[in-house]
Design a protein around this ligand. Sequence first.
Ligand code: F6P
Length: 317
Amino acid sequence: MAKQVKTIGVLTSGGDAPGMNAAIRAVVRTAISKGMKVKGIMRGYAGLLQEEIVDMSSTDVSNIIFRGGTILYTARCMEFYEASYREKAFHNAKEIGLDGLVVIGGDGSYRGAGYLSELGLPCIGVPGTIDNDIASTEYTIGYDTAMNTVVECVDKLNNTCQSHERCSVVEVMGRHAGHIALNTGIATGAVQIITEEIPTPIDDVVENIKKIRESGKDHFIVIVSEGYGNPVEIATQIQEKTGIDSRATILGHVQRGGNPTLKDRVNATRMGYYAVKLLEEGKTNRVVALQQGNLVDYDIQEALRMKKPLDMDLYNM
Ligand code: F6P
């Protein structure tokens, strides 16, 4: 029989993502409803090392389901690359009586959870990143909100582009993954989507724009994923080679903020709930994932080995 889980911790780690608060809320309230105590670890793994830990009640997570960011703060903890620090974190977790830990974050955060599980602290990862670059799951918390933010911004750029008959080159986030670029490019009617996975040469981009201009179009949106290259250089080249007045816009961290969409709130809530259930069942070293609308879970190392290529059908379309 699984050891009774009396106290669990929850932390957010890596880049923040809208919906993380909804996940924290779900973890806290599910655990409390099952008679567990919950401790909030501040600033990701750094909080575990520096013992920045707070008791969390049901009311502590009131009025956060609609808020972007993370009430627990977040950080990328470089010390976790060293075994001695991971052992210290494990020791601290045991000192405060943690029987389990829910880690909300991306691949890097999963690695940390894997190490702590190995040391003997049951950990469950919940996918939280706007990039949707976690291969084990079709969907990550924050992805939908970030893409809707991009669409809203690019629609605005499109208005001014049309008035001035310009080309707007827009850089979107995604680190080394082009999922945001691909989907927002489709949703905004971009004439070209450039990602690290499909690094279209600038001359092909120029030829494409020229061809589209011949068909009568007078303004153009090009979406570039941040891993590809400098959007200012791309805009300059387009202007020089086509004569079309061009501007570059880097959307940047605006994509990480804002109230989470319904989709992010509901999925984050489902995932937080599921993570606590896994801990209650005595599971460890697992990550929560969404596959064809259903919640499933995988071994952390297996999840980290998976690959998530860009959807080429979508790209070709
Ligand atoms: O992983 C989320 C993300 O926003 C990436 O899209 C981006 O490359 C990175 O984080 C930016 O990190 P930082 O907030 O540290 O600048």
